[in-house]
Write a protein that binds this ligand. Structure first.
Ligand SMILES: O=C(O)CCC(=O)C(=O)O
Ligand SMILES: [Fe+2]
Length: 219
């Protein structure tokens, strides 16, 4: 990134907003530290197993509710059977601030109550194929926070996993929110740009992504 040129916010589709540089360095460091704790347990960060026997190239750990393809539960039955870490109130607060800033609408964000976070770690070769986030029973927006190496985030449409889509560069500290008409848009991460992150975040290499969501599940 050329720091002399501020990157403007953009909206690649209705309900989808990219806010560059939303997290300051201190906030990024706090999030890296929190993710490092969650990665240790009670459910360790690992490559999620897919139903057909493969594993995802990203490593993941969940907070609040455990996600595995393709449902949520409180315990990680596909890992070690432990109950996932509780979803902290400060993270819900951060999610509300993110929605308020992305949509420039404090009222819309007041009711935003995410109850799960999916923490993804991308090594240099990790990617995420085009998919919809559709295991939630709520239409509340998804809040995505990026730290570390820059990636190409491909944001598409609700009908197909192919074009039309927009490629957005997500850098460390960037916020991306997708809700409303884009809540079920296909999206993915075709590539990460190695060694583009600032080690001052506490992340020596790779990319960390947190997505906050509302499961819509009881209890
Ligand atoms: O890493 C990202 O930016 C996107 C992650 C994502 O789409 C997901 O975890 O469902
Ligand atoms: Fe997703």
């Amino acid at each position: 990134m050329n720091a002399l040129l501020p990157r403007p916010r953009s909206s690649p589709a209705p309900g989808a907003v990219h806010v560059p540089g939303w997290l300051d360095l201190d906030r990024q460091r706090e999030l890296v530290a929190a993710c490092r704790e969650w990665a240790r347990g009670p459910v360790p960060m690992r490559h999620t197993r897919l139903p057909r026997g493969g594993v995802m190239s990203v490593q993941s750990v969940c907070v609040g509710w455990h996600w595995r393809p393709y449902s949520y539960s409180r315990t990680a039955l596909d890992v070690n059977g432990a109950r996932v870490a509780d979803f902290p109130s400060w993270l819900a607060e951060l999610g509300r601030a993110a929605v308020a800033d992305a949509y420039r609408d404090p009222a819309a964000s007041a009711a935003y109550a995410p109850d799960t976070a999916l923490v993804n770690f991308y090594g240099a070769d990790a990617v995420m194929g085009m998919h919809q986030d559709r295991d939630e029973r709520s239409d509340a927006p998804v809040v995505s926070l990026s730290i570390g190496d820059t990636c190409v985030f491909r944001f598409g449409n609700t009908r197909t996993r192919t074009k039309p889509y927009t490629d957005v560069e997500l850098e460390s500290g960037d916020l991306f929110v997708f809700g409303g008409a884009s809540r079920h848009a296909y999206h993915g991460v075709p590539r990460v740009r190695p060694r583009t992150g600032d080690p001052a975040t506490g992340l020596a290499a790779g990319r960390l992504n947190l997505t906050l969501r509302t499961t819509g599940l009881p209890g």
